[in-house]
Design a protein around this ligand. Sequence first.
Ligand code: KMH
Ligand code: ZN
Length: 274
Amino acid sequence: MGATTLITVAPTGAESAKADVPALPVTLDELVQTAKECEAAGAAVVHVHIRDDDARPTLDLGRLRETVAALREGTGLIVQLSTGGAVTDPYEHRLRVLDAAPDGCSLTCGTVNFGDDVFMNPWPFMAELYQRTQELEIVPEFELFDLGQIALLHRLLDKYGPPFGGHVHCDLVMGVPGGMPGDARTLVAAVQALPEGATWSATGVGRTSLPVMFAALSAGGHLRVGLEDTLTLAKGRPVTANAELVARAAQAAELAQRPPMPVAQARELLGVKR
Ligand code: KMH
Ligand code: ZN
């Protein structure tokens, strides 16, 4: 098989309200239906944030377990739970996410300004979370919002060794107000600083979505898309389903002659158990 593009979908996030974004999947049924559509459109990984009965972000462990089970039953996707949660979530709740036994989880490599808020990821929290992924055999995806966070990724790997699965996969989250800008020269600088042998995807928040997608494809990277990061297809054209964003990413990947990566290949690349 020739080169392929791993597509991750991040369908919900913790920042948008259902009232403002009707296409946001907030119930379990909506999430599973969305995940099925996105798998059919070319996604291999689903990055999951869940909501409570009032559609507010939650890290309730029972709900997370139910979500992992339902996504496994309804799709073949690699299930990656967010350990970032919402900016207000306490560290203990974010660590406990791993007890839901997902295939993978996000692991942000440092604190970053996040709009008017601060997304807190101090070193002791990162280090504890990382060691728990190793013990519980969960594949971490290293989320990088800023160039300085790459230094912390190196420190983590130097001190605690390779991740479960044996492979380092990163996600550049670009264009967050307070983080690195979503443009080609920043993407290239970030990629050059990554650990040897690491693979990476990139996502551009808001209007940086397309520039980052094209830059990532040009630079040999993988893609993350979804309503967590992007609410419009173009100015004045709201996304009506996450699968629209996945289909657009798949089309761009085809054009770049690196079609979407099948899930089985993604499992092998990332070293996911099962
Ligand atoms: N919701 C943001 C504060 C992650 O999922 O790990 C953090 C976030 C990153 O979305
Ligand atoms: Zn997230």
